[in-house]
Ligand binder design. Structure first.
Ligand code: APR
Length: 320
C-alpha cells in the first residue's frame, strides 16, 4: 500500500519542523510547499539527508507549485506571517486572510479529499476563512490550538507538582487568544482534578491562577524571548498529534478549533472545543457541561472569535 501523502502549505519555522517530525514518525511522504522558491526544496533535501542516520523511509520534496500537492491525505497550513514582540495574534488578520484565500483555492483544486489542519493565526478566524475559501466539508477542516494550549498548561502543571507530564491531563477551550479558557475542573494530575489538589494542600489557588494566566500568555512568552518570530516546536508537535490521529484512525479526544453547530449552545462557528479525531476527521464534538463561571469565560471567548470573523467579512466581501 502506498504511503500517505502529507502536504505542508508554508515551509517556514513550523513547516520545516512539521516535515522533520512527520519523517521521524514515518507518517507518510511529505511535500513542502511555499511561495518563496528554494526554501521548501532546501528544507526537503536537508531533512531527506537526515534519513540515513535516522533510518526513516519517507520521501521529502519541496515545491512552489500547488499541482504537486495533488491527492494529499493531510494538508497542514502554516502559510502566512507570525507575530513579532508587541503584536497580538489578531494583528495578523488582514495579511493572513489573503493568504488563506490562495491556500484555500489551492487545496480545493488539488487536494479536496484531504484532512486540513490550520495553524495560521489568528487561528479561529483563519480556520473559518480557510474552510469558506476551500469549500471542503466542515469535519475535514480543523484548527490546531487547543492541543498546544493544553500542552503548555500540562507542562506548567508538571513543574508545579513536580510530576511527569505524562500524568497530567488538561483542557483548554475557547478561542486561541487572550480569552482562552483553561478548565481547571477538567484538568487532572493522576486523575485527581486540580480543585481537589488545592483542597489537599498540594498547591494553592494563587499558584493555580498564576499557571492559568501563564498558559493564556504562553505564546507571547515565547515571542518575547525569540523576538524574531513565534513558537514552532510545540505548535508543530501538536499538529502532528492531530494528523496522526486522523491517519491512524486513533479516535483521539483532543481539543481543537472545530466547527460547532448545536453543541455547547453554539450555532455554526469555529472555536476550541473537545473533539474526537479519527478517519472521518472531526467525528464528534464533545458537548461538555460548563459551570456558570466557566460558561461566562467561554462566552467571552466566543464573542472575541465572532468579532474576528466579522472583521474578516469586512475585509473580504466574498465571505460576508
Ligand atoms: N502561500 C504559501 N506560503 C506562504 C504564503 C502563501 N500565500 N505567504 C507566506 N508564506 C510562507 C512564507 O514564505 C514562510 O515561509 O509561510 C511561511 C511562514 O513561515 P514563518 O514566517 O517561519 O512562520 P511560522 O513560525 O512557521 O508561523 C506560521 O503559524 O503559528 C502561526 O502565528 C503563526 O501565522 C503564523 C503561522
Amino acid at each position: 500500500m502506498a504511503r500517505p501523502k502529507i502536504a505542508l502549505i508554508g515551509s517556514g519555522q513550523i513547516g520545516g519542523t512539521l516535515a522533520h517530525l512527520a519523517a521521524m514518525k514515518e507518517l507518510g511522504d511529505v511535500v513542502l510547499f511555499d511561495i518563496t522558491d528554494g526554501i521548501p526544496q532546501g528544507k526537503a533535501l536537508d531533512i531527506a539527508e537526515s534519513g540515513p542516520s535516522e533510518g526513516f523511509d519517507a520521501a521529502m520534496t519541496g515545491t512552489t507549485d500547488y499541482a504537486d500537492i495533488a491527492g494529499a491525505d493531510v494538508c497542514i497550513v502554516t502559510a502566512g506571517v507570525p507575530r513579532k514582540p508587541g503584536m497580538s495574534r489578531d494583528d495578523l488578520l488582514g495579511i493572513n486572510l489573503k493568504v488563506m484565500k490562495s491556500v484555500g483555492e489551492g487545496i480545493a483544486k488539488h487536494a479536496p479529499d484531504a484532512f486540513v489542519i490550520c495553524i495560521t493565526n489568528p487561528l479561529d478566524a483563519m480556520v473559518w476563512a480557510l474552510r469558506e475559501f476551500s469549500g471542503l466539508p466542515h469535519e475535514k477542516v480543523v484548527g490546531m490550538a487547543g492541543v498546544l494550549d493544553s500542552a503548555r498548561f500540562r507542562h506548567f502543571l508538571s513543574l508545579e507538582f513536580n510530576v511527569s507530564m505524562k500524568d497530567v491531563t488538561a483542557f483548554v477551550l475557547g478561542g486561541h487568544g487572550d480569552t482562552m479558557v483553561p478548565l481547571t475542573r477538567y484538568s487532572t494530575v493522576g486523575g485527581i482534578p486540580l480543585p481537589d489538589l488545592v483542597d489537599m494542600g498540594w498547591t494553592t489557588q494563587d499558584k493555580l491562577d498564576a499557571i492559568v494566566q501563564r498558559t493564556r500568555d504562553g505564546g507571547a512568552e515565547i515571542v518575547g524571548l525569540l523576538k524574531t518570530g513565534s513558537a514552532f516546536y510545540a505548535p508543530a508537535t501538536s499538529a502532528i498529534e492531530m494528523a496522526e490521529a486522523y491517519l491512524k484512525d486513533q479516535k483521539r479526544l483532543l481539543p481543537c478549533a472545530a466547527y460547532v453547530d448545536g453543541a455547547l449552545g453554539l450555532n455554526g462557528m469555529y472555536v476550541g472545543v473537545p473533539t474526537v479525531i479519527g478517519a472521518g476527521g472531526i467525528e464528534r464534538i464533545v458537548d461538555i457541561k460548563l459551570s456558570k463561571d466557566e460558561q461566562a469565560m467561554f462566552d467571552k471567548s466566543v464573542d472575541a472569535v465572532k468579532g474576528l470573523v466579522e472583521a474578516c467579512k469586512g475585509i473580504d466581501s466574498s465571505l460576508a
